[in-house]
Design a protein around this ligand. Structure first.
Ligand SMILES: Nc1nc2c(ncn2[C@@H]2O[C@H](COP(=O)(O)OP(=O)(O)OP(=O)(O)O)[C@@H](O)[C@H]2O)c(=O)[nH]1
Length: 355
């Protein structure tokens, strides 16, 4: 059994996912600049935590993530550029979080956390409040961190759904590449039987990754999925990934079609599907939260893939998901290329959002 993924893990001497927490006291800056510790140990007089040196490969995608989220992050981090922590700062913070699509419930939670900890620690400088926000956001997002585990079942059947254009096929292509690189054999099922372009696109990804594909023009998407799972089992594949056609949660007959695909997959393999993933476009903000709720109700989701975080002003939606519908985020998409898919790390995301 193996969980995905770190194709090339960062050296253990420089753990990538554990930058110094805001609550710890890292190397103290010069006393003249900071005035020493203020209040309790909760808030050390330091700048926003900076991740330790990481492998260049990892650094490059982290940069892409923070560049993408900058549209969101800059407006949130601008809140902390003043001289004092006052009511105006809290009002601006509330507005900035809502603008980033954090949603009312998560915004309220984060705001209350920052106020409470600022008061408890006696913090007076905005940068300290920002550190506290990084921490609070990390804690909120933490339950979304979970690796995708492959290999408990053979084949592991992964069903992928989402609205049109969310990035399903691209994400499947990227995931297939990582799985294949990790030594897993993969079979793809093109369960979008109506749109020729969708099948062709998946076939291109299959070709690039040198994996097999079950595809059929017209016909029943559930039947293609059944065939693929059966073939995957017969051919001893480690993973079968079922790519479904895009649909809106309001298209009830298409949502019913998805339920049918899931039922039929279970007929082909009693324990399948082992994972039901929803791909959401990070640009769609609060709409993405509605999609998560609707698809979860229809299918029982096991995980999310959040795409297009390389160019969004709405990254706060992950906080809304954590607050209202905490389904694990297995991967995030930070670009269109094969390698632009990464595991989700709460702290990295919080730091990138507030960079
Ligand atoms: N910038 C960026 N673009 C992405 C990302 N993921 C996917 N895309 C692009 O989004 C567009 C739609 O992606 P698809 O994979 O075709 O989406 P889909 O959900 O399969 O679409 P349908 O089959 O029409 O439902 C393509 O142009 C992709 O290149 C990402 O992480 N970042």
């Amino acid at each position: 059994m193996f969980s995905f993924f770190r194709k090339k893990p960062a050296p253990t001497s420089a753990p990538p996912a554990a930058p110094a927490p805001a609550t710890a006291a890292p190397t103290a800056p010069p006393a003249a600049k900071t005035g020493g510790l203020i209040g309790s140990a909760l808030v050390a007089p330091m700048e926003v935590p900076v991740a330790p040196a990481v492998a260049p490969e990892r650094q490059s995608w982290l940069n892409r993530l923070s560049d993408g989220l900058r549209k969101t992050g800059s407006s949130i981090s601008l809140v902390f550029t003043g001289a004092t922590i006052d009511d105006a700062l809290y009002e601006e913070l509330e507005a900035a979080l809502l603008m980033a699509d954090t949603g009312v419930a998560a915004t309220e939670f984060l705001l209350n956390e920052v106020k409470r900890k600022v008061q408890a620690s006696g913090a007076t400088r905005p940068v300290q409040a920002k550190n506290i926000l990084v921490d609070a956001l990390t804690q909120l997002l933490k339950p979304l961190e979970k690796p995708l585990v492959i290999g408990e079942r053979q084949p592991t059947v992964i069903m992928v759904a989402g609205v049109n254009g969310a990035g399903k096929t691209t994400s499947i292509g990227k995931l297939t590449r990582h799985l294949a690189d990790g030594g897993a054999s993969v079979l793809l099922a093109a369960a979008d039987t109506f749109r020729a372009a969708a099948r062709e696109q998946l076939a291109v990804w299959a070709d690039r990754n040198r994996v097999e594909i079950v595809s059929q023009e017209g016909g029943d998407p559930a039947a293609v999925s059944f065939d693929a799972v059966t073939a995957g089992r017969a051919r001893g594949k480690n993973v079968v990934i079922v790519d479904t056609a895009g649909r809106l949660p309001t298209q009830l007959h298409l949502m019913e079609e998805l339920r049918k695909i899931k039922r039929v997959v279970t007929k082909a393999e009693a324990t399948a599907p082992h994972e039901v993933l929803l791909v959401i476009d990070g640009n769609t903000g609060q709409n993405a939260l509605q999609q998560v709720k609707a698809f979860d109700e229809a299918l029982g989701l096991t995980g999310l893939v959040v795409t297009k975080l390389d160019g969004t002003a709405k990254g706060g939606v992950l906080a809304a998901i954590a607050q209202e519908k905490p389904i694990p985020v297995y991967f995030i998409g930070v670009g269109e290329k094969l390698e632009d898919l990464e595991t989700f790390n709460a702290r990295e995301f919080a730091l990138a959002l507030l960079a």
